[in-house]
Design a protein around this ligand. Structure first.
Ligand code: 2NL
Length: 367
């Protein structure tokens, strides 16, 4: 049987062995190169060491239980030795714990430190395309007049793109020279009338809608043409609708857009889907219709005082019939115009292709 004193010595050695790595955390703290997670790992290990070397199953607890079996004359000394060992062990652990604890606290504060006076990174904020901005302004006006906004597909059947619109077989618009076709015989819509036909079929009449959207025509790009552009078409069908309603409606939205002095005029024209048909012009927003601006020939209206905007007319009876609407009971007007043309007039752009290049130097001018 090992000497009692010897057993205390062995217990001390065992502890010292395990604790050696933590000695550097005792006493006055010098710089340590720990990361926060390393320090937290050490705290965990240290907690285990505390349990193992001071807890119920520790050598120290075992030795204390052993006191009763030691010869009475050696008991006091043995007890003191254990006491000293216990104090040493718990002090060592407590010192290292304190050091690690304050290191972890400081490291966390450091990590969460935020200098609110540093300049921030301003995010680059985009904005809407001028075509979108103009479309939204026009949509708002028509919604306030009781119109609904309709959207639909861009790839259409021959029926909706031509047939239902009273565009006869052999009409130039139907040729592949003018219209894009898919290899399996569908057409890219060449006007958004297709949307209005579908809406009339689905919703029936009376109906008041506008149909904004992309349309496609096989044009070679130049100053005034692109093979894709945006259109807004409008349709109003009810009992007793006349050309007076057409003129009143077109006049009203142009006055809301360009000011209450704006005049409009209708010029006789021809479209297969309307009868009678008319093109509509409005008095120039720049010169107010005089044709002269700052003593020079006004640019947007080329000195005429009028700007040609779009086409319109009374919906052809054949178109109404195609949508199951009785032309004896109902009548309606329709109109259509191109947004790129309108936008380039309003901003004096000389080349509509600018609107398709998405050069930020161009786009940023419309903020
Ligand atoms: C133009 C001419 C126009 C229409 C579009 C239309 C729609 C239906 C029935 C009858 Cl559902 N007509 N739309 C009518 C006249 C002219 O557009 O110059 N567009 C750029």
């Amino acid at each position: 049987m090992t000497e009692p004193k010897e057993q205390v010595k062995l217990a001390r050695e065992a502890f010292n062995n395990v604790f050696e790595r933590f000695n550097r955390f005792r006493g006055v703290q010098t710089q340590n190169n720990l990361s926060l997670s390393e320090a937290e790992g050490l705290q965990k290990e240290l907690a285990e060491i505390r349990v193992k070397h001071t807890g119920k199953k520790s050598d120290i607890t075992g030795l204390k239980k052993f006191i009763g079996q030691v010869m009475p004359e050696e008991r006091a000394e043995f007890g003191k030795l254990i006491q000293t060992l216990e104090t040493e062990v718990s002090q060592s652990i407590a010192e290292a714990e304190n050091t690690l604890k304050s290191f972890v606290e400081n490291a966390k504060i450091e990590r969460e430190k935020l200098d609110v006076t540093l300049p921030g990174n301003r995010p680059r904020v985009g904005h809407l395309h001028p075509i979108t901005l103009l479309r939204q302004r026009i949509e708002e006006i028509f919604v306030s007049l009781g119109y609904a906004i309709e959207e639909d597909r861009e790839i259409e059947t021959d029926y909706y793109n031509f047939e239902a619109l009273n565009i006869p077989e052999g009409h130039p618009a139907r040729e592949s020279q003018d219209t894009f076709y898919t290899t399996n015989g569908f057409a890219l819509r060449s006007q958004t009338s297709t949307v209005q036909i579908r809406a009339m079929e689905r919703r029936g009449v009376p109906i008041r809608i506008i149909a904004p959207g992309r349309v496609f025509r096989r044009d070679t790009p130049d100053l005034t043409h692109t093979p894709m552009f945006h259109q807004i078409e409008g349709l109003c069908v009810d009992k007793g609708i006349t050309m007076a309603h057409l003129k009143g409606t077109v006049g009203e939205w142009l006055r809301r857009l360009f000011g209450k002095e704006t005049k409009i005029r209708l010029r006789p024209s021809y479209f297969p889907f309307t009868e009678p048909s008319a093109e509509f012009d409005f008095s120039c927003f720049k010169c107010g219709g005089s044709g002269v601006f700052e003593n020079e020939r006004c640019r947007p209206c080329k000195g005429s005082g009028w700007i040609e905007l779009g086409g319109s007319g009374m919906v052809h009876p054949n178109v109404l019939r195609a949508c199951n609407v009785d032309p004896q009971v109902y009548s309606g007007f329709a109109f259509g115009f191109g947004l790129e043309r309108m936008c380039s007039l309003m901003y004096s752009l000389d080349d509509i292709r600018l609107m398709f290049e998405n050069d930020v130097r161009f786009l940023e001018q419309f903020k």
